[in-house]
Design a protein around this ligand. Structure first.
Ligand code: UT7
Length: 324
């Protein structure tokens, strides 16, 4: 258990909105199939901006929302599996874009795939023993690792970024993180796409491949396990929780979990209709949007829960949101 405060949040979508109808023109799919099987109606795709650009924009919003000076930031952690380049880290690029080159900043990326933000958030909360203000970001331009001719993956994903500024406070956190090393390539991409090129859809080794049904079953199992784990640690029940913010992968996955846990689906926040799956950005974007919509009450309780390639998964129960 650790104590923090979420001082500010912000999010951005990528520039270009692509509807299911747009995808119908590109691959053999239909709006009806995508909506029925996933709940997704659109997604945003970056045309000129890379992962650090989206991360920077979301950070500016989170810093403004936190009512701090950007110079107060001591740590920058970016969760991403689609960095701009191998090195420097996206976090260092964000530091530069924020104009903080002369400030002493502990900056690094982590790759936990779609669980990346949860992993970063958990690391950041532990680092608050040493630092006062930490910028945690989930940012992806996953479009650059998508084969836009593969209907089984291209309909699912989108680009975006979400950020939080964390400080010390009285909000209690209960964490759970796990992984099940995968050599079966259930959710996999070779190498690293360094060049952002939406037009080039010739077969590439860096395109994401996925055994969708395996991921579906895995997701239902570990989302439930992760939620139950943090509830048990906290001594709370699901009825004590105001909102669950799951990784925004598929409406049907979330609905299965809600049914298995005998919880009304309305307790699970979803923006996947508009954003699709933005990987490490999905949870911080959803948190910021839920906050904007007034769905996260002061002193309330929220569970963040996710899963992704690795295979990785985990949850954090946030108790006493905004507690000082
Ligand atoms: O962050 C984690 C990322 N990954 C996920 O969360 C993925 C988890 N898995 C899923 O969400 C689902 O498995 C999918 C949405 C990917 C697929 O849904 P499904 O209900 O499991 O469909 P399926 O893979 O069993 O495919 C059913 C049919 C197949 O055709 P046949 O073999 O029955 O003739 C597919 O070829 O649907 C076909 N299909 C499509 N049809 C129209 C697959 N993709 C499409 C498509 N449009 N986009």
């Amino acid at each position: 258990m650790s104590s923090i405060e979420i001082l500010g949040t912000g999010y951005v979508s990528a520039e270009k909105k692509i509807s299911n109808f747009d995808l119908e023109k590109r691959v053999d799919t239909s709006d009806e199939w995508i909506v029925q099987r996933t709940g997704i109606s659109s997604r945003y795709v970056s045309e000129t901006e890379n992962t650090s650009d989206l991360a920077y924009k979301a950070s500016l919003k989170a810093i403004e929302d936190a009512h701090i000076q950007k110079e107060d930031i001591e740590v920058i952690i970016v969760a991403t599996m689609t960095p701009d380049c191998m090195t420097p880290s996206t976090a260092c690029l964000v530091q530069a874009k924020l104009g903080l080159n002369d400030c002493p900043i502990f900056a690094f990326d982590i790759n936990g795939a779609c669980s990346g933000f949860l992993y970063a958030f958990q690391i950041a909360s532990d680092l608050l023993n040493r630092y006062h203000h930490i910028l945690v970001i989930g940012s992806e331009t996953i479009s650059k690792m998508i084969d836009w001719n593969d209907r089984s993956t291209c309909v699912l994903f989108g680009d975006g970024a979400g950020a939080m500024v964390l400080g010390r406070g009285e909000t209690q956190l209960y964490h759970y993180a796990n992984s099940e090393g995968d050599l079966q390539q259930v959710l996999h991409t070779e190498g690293l796409p360094l060049i952002h090129d939406l037009q080039n859809s010739e077969p590439q080794t860096h395109f994401l491949t996925m055994k969708g049904n395996d991921v579906f079953r895995f997701a239902i199992r570990v989302l439930k396990e992760s939620i139950e784990n943090v509830l048990e640690q906290s001594g709370l029940t699901i009825d004590d929780i105001d909102l669950v913010i799951p990784h925004q992968a598929n409406y049907r996955i979330i609905n299965h979990v809600a049914k298995k846990m005998k919880v009304d689906i309305s307790k699970f926040y979803m923006n996947l209709q508009e954003f699709g799956n933005t990987s490490a950005a999905s949870i911080p974007i959803a948190y910021a949007m839920a906050k904007e919509e007034g769905l996260i009450p002061e002193h309330g309780r929220v569970i963040l829960v996710g899963f992704g390639a690795g295979l990785t998964y985990g949850a954090t129960l946030i108790d006493n949101v905004g507690g000082q």
